[in-house]
Write a protein that binds this ligand. Structure first.
Ligand SMILES: NC(=O)c1ccc[n+]([C@@H]2O[C@H](COP(=O)([O-])OP(=O)(O)OC[C@H]3O[C@@H](n4cnc5c(N)ncnc54)[C@H](O)[C@@H]3O)[C@@H](O)[C@H]2O)c1
Length: 378
């Protein structure tokens, strides 16, 4: 005689993101409140570059607010976003004697660091709580907003990962003051991504108000509203589909082909740069299909290039594009689900982009890129 036990449950999730200013100032208690002021032991995992720049302020802040804290600097480059670095962080969790709920883990750094720490936190004791303090623009508007963690594996971008939200995230645009110009442009690619598929007003603001990376990094009146609008737009998109049950995701705009070439490019492409190329490519496909007009396409290309983002790269061969298409179809469970713009602020999902169409668009972009930018030199 057979028996069957069917289990069904739902997992409710709540987390918060607070945008503040100067979170390491001793009179700003936002981070202290997020950690909890009840004598919790705190392990602060910091991107080593951020440690060089902000180490004394981080130390002064936790000395003031945490009874017992330890800092762990981690070299967090895309090349080190791997199982080895994850193993090192996990061994440090063990050495610290991290308890299941009581202690606090704080991740301070860019998207690589927060993805690594989130991934490690999701594995350790099957999940320990953690907090994020993104210090790059890309982290503030994208990597530290949703619930995805991940590491590169087997030469593949973010091939291992989990859905594991940080309980709180503190966003402080003051960190942008020390971020190199190219990293500001890198983060702007994710702002443009979400603006193009969801928020035409945000795209207008970028087009109107962004003049230079330095200006953006140091002028809160420009960066503040753009960062706030980008977080709002991405959360609107993610909140109803946090576990990605629905694989038709507008947030995948710019992320269909980019994972296939981001790690291969020499010199290295940043994540946002690869996303910008993917955006330009799919926008050209949309223009070729008359979903958007020439003026809209030109405006998008003009904003991308003005910010300093590439729209093509020598490493993108026809084979890489076709492999990227095939891998995305695998990742999206047999469907292309490629967002194509119908206007700035709205998109549909294409299911029938042919390799030939893609290769032709990539070819046109190559010549447009060399006309507008010349050889890609970061
Ligand atoms: N989890 C997600 O949903 C999600 C979303 C988008 C991107 N990502 C991931 O994010 C990663 C990219 O993140 P990123 O662009 O922040 O790169 P990154 O973390 O490599 O940081 C970029 C560089 O800036 C340095 N840095 C960080 N903060 C600084 C500061 N305030 N001043 C000076 N230098 C600073 C870092 O040391 C690093 O060299 C990719 O691996 C991507 O896959 C994740």
């Amino acid at each position: 005689m057979e028996r069957l036990w069917a289990v069904s449950t739902t997992q409710s999730v709540s987390y918060s993101i607070k945008r503040t200013r100067r979170c390491l100032d001793l009179d700003n208690r936002d981070l202290a409140n997020a950690v909890g002021t009840d004598n919790r032991r705190t392990l602060v995992v910091v991107d080593s570059m951020v440690m060089q720049l902000y180490g004394p302020r981080i130390a002064a802040y936790f000395d003031r607010y945490a009874a017992n804290w330890t800092v762990l600097p981690v070299e967090a480059s895309e090349r080190r976003k791997n199982d080895e670095t994850t193993g090192r962080i996990l061994r440090e969790f063990d050495r610290f004697g991290l308890s299941r709920r009581r202690d606090a883990v704080v991740a301070i750094g860019g998207g690589v660091l927060t993805d690594l720490v989130g991934f490690a936190a999701s594995l350790y004791r099957r999940g320990v709580p953690y907090l994020r303090v993104p210090t790059t623009l890309l982290g503030m508007v994208d990597a530290s907003v949703g619930v995805k963690t991940g590491i590169n594996f087997n030469g593949r971008k973010n091939r291992l990962g989990t859905y594991f939200p940080a309980s709180q995230t503190i966003v402080d645009p003051e960190f942008l003051a020390t971020l190199p110009d190219r990293q500001i442009a890198n983060g702007m690619a994710e702002v443009i991504k979400i603006a193009l598929v969801k928020d035409s007003g945000l795209f207008d603001s970028v087009d109107r108000d962004y003049s230079t990376a330095r200006g953006f990094a140091t002028d809160a009146t420009t960066s503040g509203p753009i960062i706030d609008a980008a977080i709002t737009a991405i959360l609107e998109e993610l909140e109803h589909n946090l576990w990605e049950a629905n694989l038709r995701r507008l947030a995948d705009f710019g992320h269909t082909f980019s994972p296939g070439f981001e790690l291969r490019a020499q010199p290295l492409l940043y994540h946002g740069e690869a996303v910008a190329i993917d955006i330009a490519l799919t926008c050209l496909v949309a223009r070729n299909r008359a979903l958007i007009d020439e003026a809209t396409f030109s405006r998008i290309v003009s904003v991308l290039t003005r910010i300093g983002l590439p729209i093509s790269h020598g490493c993108i061969t026809d084979e890489i594009l076709q492999a990227g298409l095939a891998d995305s179809v695998l990742h999206r469970d047999g469907a292309q689900n490629i967002p194509l713009l119908t206007r700035i602020g709205a998109a549909v999902f294409a299911q029938d982009i042919s390799p030939k169409e893609l290769v032709a668009a990539a070819e046109s972009l190559r010549s447009l890129h060399s006309r507008l930018i010349g050889a890609w030199m970061p």
